[in-house]
Write a new protein. Structure first.
Length: 424
């Protein structure tokens, strides 16, 4: 059994590649079914966010599992495997466990220590669990990852400052607008990221806040507590003409804002500039919008400067988190060894039980035939001893013949030192 983590993220792939590899929530169940159905895969979970797509699998072997999963990923998204391989990374066993824990804590995020990834990871776990992709190995791994993340949040300062992609977007806007009090913001989407953006904007003093969402009711749940208003997506063209700040993060498969729509809004604004940030993957705003003279368009990849500054503030806490993660990996390995030993013990005892039942059945048959009880008991003891010792004896002889001193030493510790001598 091999634990394999395979994926791409913001460090290894451009936003264009990431949006092609991202899993639409509508097809995730089917994707998990296909992945779990591969002959090489025993268990599987999929984590897909704007900055990463990662597959966590329990496979038969490392090499065959990695090749099969990479080919499946390319086939599912219609991408050449060779192109995908150039930006994909993989981790095995304890390195895979360490990577998952670093992801859960936010140490592998674009914004160091950002808290949203833990919620996304829990959602991915629940989805995979409901799709029967989570077995006992991944269950144990994810529970350890969640426990480490909780410990890091509790014992370090990594989550004290409001740093996230949402916060980075608002921080970048503050460098363009001297006075947020006169700025009007249009937020597209009503998910967790947009909710964080809205809160940061209100805290920064934005005067008017509009939330556009597919359903107006969901948008109102977000906007109303912050003093904003909600609209549906078809009302975006009118709202766009009034917006100084536009930040979008939806799960739409196609862009919501096109170049033509933005051009018409600019004419109504008399070409007053607009600051835009597209946090979504796939993108919500057509790249061509950035070519317009009065538009300042940024994607998640453009937030690196702000994010680098945030990383410096969190590095001390990150070092503490790395230490806690090492303890977490050690605890996971400890549980893994215990489970592996438990399976071996179970199999060994089952064989012993089978020998016992077989020998006992033969002894009872002899007693029923009227044979001497003492002779039957002696024969039972002799027969059972031979059956229990035959396999280990053959294995010891083969190990001695092959000069496998490691096996002989282990056998000595298990068969002799661990067995009480009743004759003393």
């Amino acid at each position: 059994m091999t634990l394999l983590a395979l994926g791409i993220n913001h460090r290894t792939a451009t936003v264009e590649v990431r949006e092609q590899v991202a899993f639409d929530p509508a097809v995730l169940d089917a994707a998990l079914g296909e992945l779990r159905g591969l002959p090489e895969v025993r268990e599987a979970a999929v984590l897909s966010t704007c900055n990463r797509t990662e597959l966590y699998c329990v496979t038969e072997t490392a090499a065959d599992g990695e090749a099969a999963i990479l080919q499946w990923l390319g086939r599912f998204h219609g991408l050449p495997v060779d192109d995908l391989a150039t930006c994909a990374y993989h981790y095995l066993d304890h390195e895979a466990a360490r990577h998952l824990m670093r992801v859960a804590v936010g140490l592998d995020s674009m914004v160091l220590g950002e808290p949203q990834i833990l919620g996304q990871l829990k959602d991915a776990y629940q989805t995979s669990r409901l799709s029967k992709g989570i077995g006992k190995e991944l269950e144990c791994l994810f529970q350890h990852a969640f426990a480490v993340a909780k410990q890091v949040r509790t014992e370090t300062g990594i989550g004290r400052n409001p740093v996230s992609v949402a916060y980075a977007a608002v921080s970048l806007a503050s460098r363009i607008f001297d006075d947020f009090g006169r700025a009007r913001a249009l937020l597209i989407g009503a998910g967790e990221t947009i909710e964080l953006v809205a809160r940061h904007l209100v805290e920064a003093g934005v005067s008017q806040l509009t939330v556009a969402n597919r359903t107006r009711e969901r948008g109102e749940l977000l906007a109303a507590p912050l003093g904003g208003r909600a609209i549906t997506l078809d009302a975006i063209p009118d709202a766009l003409a009034e917006a100084d700040i536009v930040i979008s993060s939806t799960a739409a498969p196609l862009p919501i804002l096109g170049k033509g729509m933005v051009e018409r809004a600019l004419k109504k604004r008399r070409h007053r500039p607009v600051f835009m940030v597209d946090i979504a993957v796939p993108r919500d705003i057509e790249p061509e919008v950035g070519q317009l003279a009065d538009i300042f368009l940024y994607t998640v990849d453009d937030l690196q400067e702000v994010i680098a500054e945030n990383r410096r503030h969190r590095q001390v806490a990150a070092d503490q988190a790395e230490s806690l993660i090492e303890h977490g990996v050690g605890a996971w390995l400890h549980d893994l060894r215990i489970r592996s030993g438990g399976e071996l013990i179970h199999d060994y005892r089952s064989r012993g039980e089978a020998h016992r039942e077989h020998s006992l059945a033969q002894a009872l048959t002899r007693l029923e035939r009227g044979e001497d009880p003492e002779a039957v008991v002696r024969r039972l003891a002799h027969q059972l001893t031979n059956r229990l010792m035959h396999g280990p004896t053959v294995a010891l002889r083969e190990a001695a013949s092959a000069e496998r001193h490691d096996l002989l030493e282990a056998a000595g510790a298990l068969l002799l030192e661990a067995t009480p001598d009743k004759t003393r």
